[in-house]
Design a protein around this ligand. Structure first.
Ligand code: GLC
Length: 548
């Protein structure tokens, strides 16, 4: 499968559709909604993990990579899901969480009992001579990255939660296990693999303190050896399948590394998720703050990545939303006054860029953050850990809750809103997270009266019918404009001009004169608009012109 003209949809299984009314989404629930997915016309679905897991980090803490968690269904349900999706032309992408396992995984449990084979699967280290922790690294979920290894006096490394123990990829036996897992799911007809935080798997053999005042992430991110591990995994598993599509989630990465990860001849991955563009509303790089997004820096980042990846022949995944991000419409759009127009504008910006677009469930109907009123309404481990930290920094409870409302990962994890009933048609029982504005935003309503879903269908169609969208080059336009993100795609003599007004006010721009046969390929307003040297864009208007 080539991936340039494909669109991938992301499903958070716990929140998509609950077929057995226990308040949690499940595989049969996804099967029930296949006609909806087909209607959107996506090509592949990335499922967040539904393997056996204690669910401390909602499935990113896997205790058995070979079985479906009974909360989600059975292996028979999974086989049925793959077959039924395939019959309508949709492939499956599984989430491979290979940097760490749950501490409940059999390997870790055997290690704890002193089995040397499995102790060598993890980073288990002695304290320093002064009995401080083996290194000064921070966990990404707060606190130190080391936890006592039973009562041995030793410590094990966890870059994430203490229940997520990092695997030691230097050990060839670990790498073999990983390839075996990928091959098991390939044999079940899985064509896509998303590799969780894959650029932190390559630590050094000797783990050292981060120099004073530096970020400990530098000590383990994008190490050269990651490329070698990926090449080896590619060769021993998915690389044997010409149709495979892979995406690596890259934390704090660089354009140069991402070119390396995705360059065809390197045989590593098809594409990468990068996050720089989603940090433009962090004050001084700190997520747990609130500020309006910095539009110019958003533009510059997207532009740098587009230019850099084009020049280096790398390939990006394109996305605004996922299960770790608050809804983009709340961050970069206006869910109150311009819900439809701003949702469509954001979609246009991403879908017409060079790369493979990912749609996160609910985005196509304009779902937004729930803005829960109480901390107890939230479920996420990261949110729960940060609240006391924010209070300890001197913030009031209201200030801390305001930040959580804007930044919690639960913002995108709320149940998919199917109709306007009490639990949004997701379940007849109280769901694990509550839906919020389903009286207005729901699939039933959207398909009859809304315009966002239909607009997504048009964008998807453009990628499939216009090669300039899927394989054209990228060039910036109007980089100094403080309200419009404009760009040019080129393919041979063809050009595609894309204009996106990121604000709720009209704005007039001046463009160079373009000659040729001009047609409007998409416009989120019904009024005609012509490509002239002076164009006025309505609030959150997006328009694209093709010049032949
Ligand atoms: C990734 C996942 C996130 C998870 C983390 C640790 O960033 O997307 O949900 O918490 O990895 O596995």
């Amino acid at each position: 499968m080539t991936f340039e003209d494909k669109v991938i949809y992301q499903i958070y299984p716990k929140s998509f559709y609950d077929s057995n009314n226990d308040g949690l989404g499940d595989l049969q629930g996804i099967i029930a909604k296949i006609p909806y997915l087909k209607q959107l016309n996506i090509d592949m679905i990335w499922f967040n993990p539904f393997f056996i897991s204690p669910q401390n980090d909602n499935g990113y803490d896997i205790s058995d990579y070979y079985h479906i968690d009974p909360k989600f269904g059975t292996m028979a349900d999974f086989d049925e899901l793959v077959a039924k999706l395939k019959s309508v032309g949709i492939d499956v992408m599984m989430d491979m969480v290979f940097n760490h396992t749950s501490t409940e995984h059999e390997w870790f449990q055997k290690a704890l009992k002193g089995d040397p084979k499995y102790m060598a699967y993890y980073y288990i280290r002695d304290a320093k001579p002064d009995s401080s922790l083996p290194t000064n690294w921070d966990s990404k979920f707060g606190g130190p990255a080391w936890e006592a290894f039973g009562n041995t006096g030793k410590y094990y490394l966890h870059l994430y939660d203490p229940t997520q123990a990092d695997l030691d990829w230097h050990n060839p036996a670990v790498r073999k296990e990983m390839a075996k897992i990928v091959n098991f799911w390939r044999n079940k007809g899985v064509k896509g693999f998303r590799f969780d935080v894959i650029n932190v798997i390559g630590k050094d053999v000797d783990l050292l303190d981060a120099p004073y005042g530096t970020d400990s992430r530098l000590m383990y991110t994008d190490k050269k050896i990651v490329h070698q591990y990926l090449q080896e995994l590619n060769e021993s598993s998915f690389g044997q399948d010409p149709d495979a599509v892979t995406v690596g989630e890259m934390s704090s990465t660089s354009i140069d590394n991402c070119i390396e990860y995705t360059l065809g001849k390197n045989n590593e991955l098809s594409m990468v998720f990068t996050f720089h563009h989603l940090k433009v509303d962090y004050t001084h790089g700190n997520k747990w703050t609130t500020m309006p997004f910095d539009f110019m820096s958003l533009k510059n980042i997207l532009n740098d990545w587009q230019l850099g990846m084009t020049a280096g022949h790398g390939w990006n995944a394109l996305f605004w939303n996922n299960h770790d991000q608050p809804r983009a419409i709340n961050r970069f759009g206006d869910p109150v006054h311009y819900r439809e127009k701003s949702a469509e504008m954001l979609a246009t910006t991403i879908h017409l860029l060079r790369g493979t677009p990912f749609i996160y469930m609910g985005e196509e109907i304009g779902m937004s953050d729930p803005q829960y009123q109480h901390l107890s309404d939230y479920n996420d481990i990261e949110t729960k850990n940060i609240y006391p930290t924010l209070l300890a920094k001197g913030l009031s409870k209201t200030e801390a809750l305001d930040i959580i409302q804007a930044k919690s990962r639960d913002n995108s994890r709320t149940p998919m809103q199917w109709d306007n009933s009490e639990y949004a048609g997701f379940s007849t029982e109280k769901p694990w997270l509550m839906p919020m504005n389903q009286s207005i935003v729901n699939v039933q309503n959207e398909l009859v009266h809304g315009e966002i879903f239909n607009y997504y269908q048009q964008l998807i169609k453009l990628r499939k019918t216009l090669p300039i969208v899927s394989v054209g080059d990228y060039q910036p336009l109007l980089m100094d404009d403080t309200q419009v993100f404009a760009y040019l795609r080129t393919l041979k003599n063809q050009r595609l001009i894309v204009l996106n007004n990121f604000y709720g006010t009209t704005t007039t721009i001046t463009l160079p004169a373009f000659t040729g046969e001009i047609s409007t390929v998409i416009n989120n307003y019904p009024t005609d608009i012509k490509l002239e040297t002076t164009i006025t864009l309505a609030p959150y208007q997006s328009v694209a012109f093709l010049i032949d």
